[in-house]
Each structure stands twice: as structure tokens, then as C-alpha cells.
Design a protein around this ligand. Structure first.
Ligand SMILES: [Zn+2]
Length: 113
């Protein structure tokens, strides 16, 4: 389950950032998780419960924001919705679509006290 190491990194970054800003605690964390990334939001939440204990993010609320898949079709020359990795273009049906969104896992923002 790679969500555990991902969540460890997130908590580490969040706690470091909070301390650098002189905060006593983290109130909330918002993550952007792409639907095409190999990250399971339920697993992330589960790992978060285990990892946040004993940190200054112990009482923080975690919000996971899902980012829809999107790609650039080389044949149509435009941005199209993407349902799966290496999926076909919904307009022309070809597979020359470069993924431009939906693969991310990043910290959108956080709130400290
Ligand atoms: Zn196309």
C-alpha cells in the first residue's frame, strides 16, 4: 500500500511548513488527488488516521479533492476528458492523447492555528 508512504510525506511537509510559520497546530489539509492517479482516497484517509497521531496535525481535518482526468488529443488538437490512462479520445476515438490532468497528488492548501 503506497498510500502509507505518500501520506507520511504529506504529513511531514505539512508539519514542517506549519512549524516554519510558527504555528502550534494544523487545522485542516486539502489534497488534490487525480482520478487517474494510482492513489485510493479511502486508503489515504485510512493511512492519515494512523500517521497523524502524535503530530501537530493530529486534529486536522483532511479534505480530498478529486481532479478529473484530462488530456490533449494530438489529432483533434484540443483538450478532451480522459476516463482512463492511455484512454481513447472521445471525439476521434484515437489513442494519441497525452494526459494533462488527473494524475496529480498535491497539497492544495492548509490552515494552521
Ligand atoms: Zn481526438
Amino acid at each position: 500500500m503506497h498510500e502509507m508512504s505518500l501520506m507520511e510525506s504529506v504529513i511531514e511537509i505539512v508539519c514542517d511548513t506549519a512549524r516554519q510559520n510558527g504555528a502550534d497546530a494544523v487545522r485542516s489539509i486539502r489534497l488534490d488527488v487525480g482520478v487517474l492517479s494510482h492513489v485510493n482516497p479511502d486508503s489515504l484517509l485510512f493511512c492519515y488516521e494512523a500517521i497523524r497521531r502524535g503530530t501537530i496535525a493530529e486534529n486536522a481535518a483532511l479534505e480530498i479533492n478529486r481532479i478529473a482526468g484530462e488530456g490533449w488529443c494530438l489529432d483533434c488538437g484540443k483538450t478532451v476528458p480522459l476516463e482512463e490512462r492511455f484512454g481513447a479520445c472521445p471525439d476521434c476515438g484515437r489513442h494519441r492523447v497525452q494526459m494533462t490532468a488527473g494524475d496529480e497528488l498535491k497539497i492544495r492548501d492548509m490552515e494552521v492555528i
